[in-house]
Design a protein around this ligand. Sequence first.
Ligand code: SF4
Length: 304
Amino acid sequence: MIEELVQKIKEKNPKRVLIQLPEGLITKSKELEDLLLKEGIESFVSLEPCYGACDLRDCEALRLACDLLVHVGHSDFGVESKVPVLYYEWRMDFDPVPVLKREKDKLPERIGLVSSVNFLDSLDKAKEFLESQDKVCYTGTGVRTKYPGQILGCDVSAALKIEEKVDCFLFIGSGEFHVLGLAMKTSKPVFSLKVEKKELEHVDKELFAKQMHVAVALVKDCKSFGILVSTKAGQVQAEKAIEIKKKLEEKGKKAWIFTMDTITPEKLLGLDFDCYINCACPRIAIENRTSFGKPILNPDELNS
Ligand code: SF4
């Protein structure tokens, strides 16, 4: 696959590129730089964490005098960039049928199929097998996502659009965030076919839902709010942050807005607030709710 990526880069005819790789592919970076150099292309690999196509390092590419940004592992969802971007989705060839053969009885009859972009090609194989076993499969198309069945942690609309038609959702992929994002938004059971473990698991959102309800209850009595805004190109929610600050102040609360690239609890040490509102990637609050030492809510949870 790395040869194909090099070929795609070559076709763009760049002189110098900045490459963004997701965590799992960083081990490929030396090989990639070597192959590009053989083609006469200078390259830099960014070691900043990159969780999605919301995080284009176009300003860094400009500063490094790159004429192409290569963004690997995610699909384009329209984030504006100051330099041309080559998206390379890194589709994985995974056969879900052996696991489904073993575990099909766990699944009810009507199934909504979803995946992250890397494992989308598995959905057709899953559908074909499951429908041969008298199940009915559906896929929907999301608001920000490009392909049928594709979800992001911050956009599970491809699933929610077909929610009424299905008895459960089946996610094929790796990691926790996509399935957790979906489980938190739907009342239907969510199953995760984990490609590394080759197992089918029911997603248990109880702990995360409980943490969210506790945070919602605690925030009601908070007086001082830290509103957190990420400066990542596709995560910026400046207007939302200002609107939230105004609304809080109308209710007699105090609120201040802070910006960061990646939002981490360490950066907030020494600032004294009763709670935080996260106007950035929702995974920050959902997955790491207890790491901040104070209640933290996403904007939609603040109004729940
Ligand atoms: S905002 Fe978060 S969930 Fe959405 S694409 Fe970016 S990293 Fe993924």
